[in-house]
Design a protein around this ligand. Sequence first.
Ligand SMILES: Cc1cc2nc3c(=O)[nH]c(=O)nc-3n(C[C@H](O)[C@H](O)[C@H](O)COP(=O)(O)OP(=O)(O)OC[C@H]3O[C@@H](n4cnc5c(N)ncnc54)[C@H](O)[C@@H]3O)c2cc1C
Length: 441
Amino acid sequence: MTPTHAQSVVILGGGPAGLTAAYRLIHHGYRVTVVAPQPLLADAPPSTPAHDSPDALTILGCHHATQALLRSLHAGLQQPTQRDISLEFRLNESTIARYPRAWFPAPLHTWVSLLRFTGLPWRERWRLVSRLERLWEGDERLPADLEQRTADEWLASIGQSAQTCRIVWNPLARWLTGNALSALSADAFITSLRPLFLSTRHESRISVVQDSLQTCLIQPITERLTTGGATILRNTGSAQFRYERDHITGVLLRNGSLLQADWYIAALPPQQLTPLLPERWLTRYAYFQQLAELVSQDGTLVHLQAEQPCASPRLILLGDTVFHSVLVTTATPDRTDFSLITTDHQLAQTRLDFNVEGLIPDMLKSLRLLRPGCRLGPIHRRTIPNAILSLRPGTKLHRPIQRSPIANLLVAGAWTDTGWPPNLESAIVSGNHCADAIALQ
Ligand SMILES: Cc1cc2nc3c(=O)[nH]c(=O)nc-3n(C[C@H](O)[C@H](O)[C@H](O)COP(=O)(O)OP(=O)(O)OC[C@H]3O[C@@H](n4cnc5c(N)ncnc54)[C@H](O)[C@@H]3O)c2cc1C
């Protein structure tokens, strides 16, 4: 659909949410300006060459918006290589349990896979499968108060032991949502599990895209925007909205210039959005007040390479360590890349004099991920501010929809209300919603 006269849109934020909205809107014929103070993941280790950027992307089969965007961006070209991987759990120093994938139709594959999963003691496996069967048959319903309860409390109430929570459910919750079970609402936990474990076989696929987010998504969108006539303003951020009554009339940038448009999309983290808003709106609208209830914490990524070929990519979820997962991918034909993720909360729980990086080689050896005598490269650590939205009980009510009470302002971001945990799919879905809201006016 092409508007009768080309309306203009200013998008604040050049992450996946803002860029998705921009990409969709130039297709609809809108004049788009993106304010992107820094490229996503700009703080990658300077010594990391672009071609072997370590941030391989993990996408699920149920991430339809992400898959569709990748297909559209690479239409007619070679699609980014995706390889299916299994979910593995480190049960103790020397044992890894793989979550099996049964090739039966839904829901049979869920039951067969669960019954064969040795990460759960037999009795707990059986309890879980029986419960799922009762839910499936409609003999039982999930409690109505799951958003008010923590995930660990709910798991205990359905007969999952503290040990199983520590080595299976907690790393799984951290990988899917970034949140520990004790600080995660039971509703958010179940919502994040459902598409992966309780849907069709195809939806529950986990694939690793060999290219980074930067290479397979950010860069091609940026190129399309440039060739499509969009303006991308780098090296400046947005400082404040200008307004008249309940209408935005412009956005003042940090470099002093004023941008004016018909529409504005704020695709920023919530902490960066609030300072742009007039005081009057913050006090008047519950929609904006609730942004203050959203809490995020920093995420820390650690990368290193080993001088050995990678036979196949692997994802191992780690209980009982400061890192919650390790992703093993091919860096070059004779080098393997390891990416480990943790949060500032987990780091803060370790003793100050404890050398977190020092434990990585031993951990990789105990997981048999390193060949004897194999040389490891330097360890790079980087912190991504506010990377992880807290999904503590009650948060669901505070994640805003994309339409704000201000008629020409939309809000995008992985943290908005999309029905997904705050991940890449959520960011892309939110960008699509904003573009649709404008294009369908
Ligand atoms: C290293 C890494 C690897 C990841 N891997 C995966 C993965 O494998 N699978 C997955 O599903 N998810 C992954 N994620 C999560 C996913 O990337 C995020 O959910 C996604 O980036 C969120 O997108 P967003 O656009 O909502 O927010 P962001 O990416 O945070 O973008 C917000 C943008 O706003 C900009 N900004 C801030 N303040 C201002 C201002 N005042 N004016 C203008 N702009 C401003 C910032 O510079 C930033 O570019 C990964 C994240 C990281 C960091």
